[in-house]
Design a protein around this ligand. Structure first.
Ligand SMILES: Cc1cc2nc3c(=O)[nH]c(=O)nc-3n(C[C@H](O)[C@H](O)[C@H](O)COP(=O)(O)OP(=O)(O)OC[C@H]3O[C@@H](n4cnc5c(N)ncnc54)[C@H](O)[C@@H]3O)c2cc1C
Length: 510
């Protein structure tokens, strides 16, 4: 690190996930001197991409929603310059997501556009049209109640609080009565790890609504977003340090006095923004001066389950491309879909398709994703493996991955019969991979698990008990590109002022 340039920082940002990068972008645009410290060689957190056998894969972010003018993500992306130099491809308007169920040959779509959504599902359930409309109206009402979702500067705290206690399952069930339709409406819950049945409806609504409004893939992968943000940060005078994480926060009373990098340098700033998990952040400091009720809550946050992913390179021109995502459900109850044993492991999964660049209309790659518990891999938890520390895990780990990949591919072949003969090669990731590349406890998919049963237990305020430390990222407001973007604006508004920042975003996006 060039110590000279990290002097006199206004804000030090720990972690270059989407939340860290957006915060650095906004604050540097306002003239703050910022530096981002990232432990990995590649910035972006779950926006990272990687090449395998010459094909680029996304590690997280497969599609984003609400990107058209007048929709929730549009003003933020416009203000951040994320329409410049990035190509977005709209997924199939009549079914961006398709859902299939074990024992039922039909697939059911979630279509883009509110009316289209009702019409496409109403086709299968004509007697439930009014119920689907009620569901859509409820989704819209909940989204409108969250002020920053549609860029309002004044929050309606009471309304927002009230919504935290509604269960996704109960609200959906209250709108429609057909069992299959209820399952179809809740079947996208892998998008928020809702397989334990404790998800609040607002989480379901904020995620689902953005895709119903419009659903896009980032051509070239989510890392394009990180690349454009990094360029803006640097143009504004900000600094990004890669492969130099933070291992300690230095405390004096209730003030952060500095941070210590992996290279043992001490960096001092007026303010600090942590883009890493709150529990991990707290473990990196002496928090004895803080109230126990606060620290205990943050140290004991419960997190969403992790995942196992098979990234498959397909032989050219062997499988037709689908401009959609596929979710296959093999459980009776979509709200009880976390695997309990090896027998039901890998039966429900998501498939994300990538089109061939050379042969349009054909699929070149796909990712199969299914839940995986930390306990399945915790026997290797003392090992570390990422680009900066390639440490060969033992043969038993390779065998474990191989067996799980075979199971998942076999299950996926039942719904994609051409898959088996199309595979050129594949690689896998486990909860250990997510932990090592992102840093979240136990490789959690989306960080803190939000529950309608006790929402305050999982609530992480972006302001902390230290006056100059703030949180940003999926563990504060919400996960996902939209949730984290909105959360970063919320975090930055503590320094800039909410009205000022919201007005600036609004003007820039007009
Ligand atoms: C498999 C998967 C699929 C997903 N699919 C989608 C999708 O299709 N659409 C969507 O909208 N969202 C999706 N998400 C969610 C979305 O990607 C995340 O919610 C969001 O990107 C998280 O951003 P974040 O700011 O919280 O940072 P994170 O991505 O959590 O990044 C945190 C960063 O902090 C760094 N860090 C950790 N510890 C340290 C340290 N000590 N010092 C310095 N740096 C450190 C990490 O290396 C990392 O770069 C997906 C997530 C996963 C895991």
């Amino acid at each position: 690190m060039n110590n000279q340039s990290a002097d006199n920082l206004d804000v030090a940002i720990i972690g270059s996930g989407l939340g860290g990068l957006i915060s650095a972008c906004i604050l540097s645009e306002y003239g703050y001197k910022v530096a981002v410290f990232e432990k990995n060689a590649q910035i972006g957190g779950t926006l990272q991409t990687f090449f395998f056998d010459g094909v680029k894969f996304d590690t997280g972010v497969h599609y984003i929603g609400g990107l058209d003018k007048g929709q929730p993500l549009y003003p933020y992306f416009k203000y951040l310059g994320l329409f410049d130099d990035i190509e977005y491809k709209k997924l199939d308007p009549d079914g961006y997501d398709h859902f299939s169920f074990e024992g039922d040959d039909q697939t059911y779509p979630h279509a883009q556009g509110y009316n289209n959504f009702v019409a496409k599902l109403g086709h299968f359930f004509p007697e439930e049209r009014e119920g689907i409309k009620r569901y859509i109206q409820k989704v819209k009402d909940v989204c409108s109640a969250f002020s920053l979702y549609y860029l309002k500067s004044e929050p309606n705290i009471n309304k927002e609080l009230e919504l935290l206690y509604e269960s996704a399952k109960d609200v959906i069930n209250s709108c429609v009565s057909n069992r299959k339709l209820r399952a179809i409406l809740g079947a996208n819950n892998l998008l928020y790890a809702g397989g334990k049945g404790n998800s609040p409806f607002y989480v379901h609504a904020l995620v689902s609504n953005s895709y119903i409004e419009s659903a896009y893939k980032v051509v070239g992968g989510g890392s394009q977003i990180a690349r454009v943000l990094a360029r803006k940060i640097k143009a504004n005078g900000g600094i990004i340090y890669r492969a130099n994480g933070i291992r300690e926060f230095l405390i004096e009373g209730k003030t952060i006095k500095g941070i210590v990098t992996d290279k043992a340098e001490v960096v001092r700033a007026k303010n600090y923004i942590s883009n890493i998990h709150p529990t991990t952040t707290l473990k990196m400091m002496d928090h004895s001066k803080l109230r126990k009720s606060y620290t205990n809550r943050l140290l004991n946050l419960s997190n969403t389950i992790s995942a196992f992913v098979v990234y498959i390179v397909l032989k050219e021109r062997t499988m037709k491309h689908r401009n959609q995502n596929r979710y296959h459900i093999a459980v009776e109850d979509v709200w009880d879909s976390e695997p309990k044993n090896m027998q039901d492991w890998g039966k429900s999964f998501a498939v994300y398709f990538t089109e061939s660049k050379k042969h349009k209309g054909y699929c070149r790659a796909l990712a199969l994703i299914t839940y995986m518990k930390w306990e399945d891999v915790d026997r290797w938890d003392q090992t570390e493996n990422h680009t900066l520390k390639p440490d060969e895990r033992d043969e038993s780990y390779q065998k474990f991955k191989e067996k799980r990949a075979e199971t998942l591919i076999e299950n996926a072949s039942n719904i994609l019969p051409e898959l088996n003969d199309s595979i050129e090669s594949y690689t896998t990731s486990t909860p250990l991979t997510l932990r090592d590349y992102i840093g979240g406890p136990e490789g959690s998919l989306y960080g803190v698990d939000r529950s309608f049963k006790s929402p305050m237990k999982s609530h992480v305020n972006s302001r902390t008990k230290f006056k100059n430390l703030f949180f940003v990222g999926q563990n504060t407001t919400m996960h996902g590109v939209l949730g984290v973007t909105i959360g970063a604006v919320n975090t930055c508004s503590h320094l800039i002022g909410r009205k000022e920042l919201v007005d600036r975003i609004r003007v820039a996006s007009e």
